[in-house]
Design a binder for this molecule. Structure first.
Ligand SMILES: [Zn+2]
Length: 278
């Protein structure tokens, strides 16, 4: 047994401090924007087959909607600046700013040195879910994406339809990059519709059956021109396992709409001067 210091309880009793209070961020410009059906003109749609990924383009000010169709299904989302693949979604900082799961009013931020909003969540039909008795919630930015390397590490074998590989194939097909070069651009995801958390006793990442049902959707306003890729995870609703063909899987629908904001200027890049004190 490890011995505790005499003041262990006092040290544990130090109150938590929110690292990054976001109440001063100018979130009100597009977040919580009231968008009525009459404001939207559909421009394109892509149906993502089960255990595959597809790409899509969204211009700044357009809205994209991801909808559950046919049955409960989780999606792994990657986003890039459509003009520069090195600017990509920064799941870690999005988590630090908004919390472990995102919903209406939260933003998806790009990586350093850009750190600007790529998209904002403007409607989420699963917003009612909140945080359940296990500490689980929906649309997480804590998972990474299922990948064949972790699968090989834990279970052995070669499985080719993990989200990581699906996204790699889709990006290679979109850009003409080799699979090897495309793979380097795949990054930690937004787990759309996935219900996850950390166990209270061991702090381990857990998943549970997604509460999503056909007809549920989540809407994002793009704040820069985006290239997106969405994988319909081989875990299906992620109630049991992933990285195999065992789970029941369904397609996911992506739709892109013009909005009154279409054509707006992209969000400005971060204001830090990048001199790093030298
Ligand atoms: Zn997956």
């Amino acid at each position: 047994m490890m011995t505790q210091p005499a003041d262990a309880d006092a040290r544990r009793a130090a109150p938590p401090v929110i690292c990054y209070p976001v109440h001063d961020l100018p979130l009100e410009d597009v977040a919580n924007l009231p968008l009525e059906p009459d404001d939207l003109t559909k421009r394109s749609e892509v149906l993502v087959p089960p255990r595959e990924a597809r790409t899509f383009h969204v211009a700044a000010g357009q809205m994209f909607r991801i909808t559950s169709v046919e049955g409960p299904q989780v999606g792994d989302l990657n986003l890039w600046n459509a003009h520069d693949l090195t600017e990509r979604f920064f799941s870690g900082k999005t988590r630090a700013l908004h919390g472990t799961h995102v919903t209406t009013g939260d933003r998806l931020w790009s990586c350093l040195p850009h750190l600007r909003p790529m998209a904002s969540v403007v409607h989420d039909t699963l917003g009612w879910y909140g945080i359940d008795q296990y500490g689980g919630s929906v649309h997480d930015v804590i998972g990474t994406r299922c990948d064949p390397y972790t699968h090989n590490l834990l279970s052995g074998g070669q499985y080719h339809h993990c989200c990581h590989s699906n996204l790699t194939r889709a990006l290679a097909g979109e850009t003409g990059l080799s699979l090897h070069d495309a793979e380097a651009h795949i990054h930690d995801v937004l787990n759309v519709f996935m219900c996850t958390g950390f166990t209270r006793d061991t702090g381990q990442y857990f998943m549970k059956a997604s509460p999503v049902r056909p007809g549920d959707y989540i809407d994002f306003i793009a704040q820069i021109d985006l290239l997106g890729a969405l994988s319909a995870c081989p875990g299906g609703d992620c109630s049991a396992e992933h990285s195999s063909d065992e789970a029941t899987c369904h397609p996911l629908l992506i739709e892109v709409f013009d909005t009154p904001l279409t054509g707006q200027s992209p969000a400005p890049v971060n204001g830090y001067d990048r001199s790093h004190g030298r």
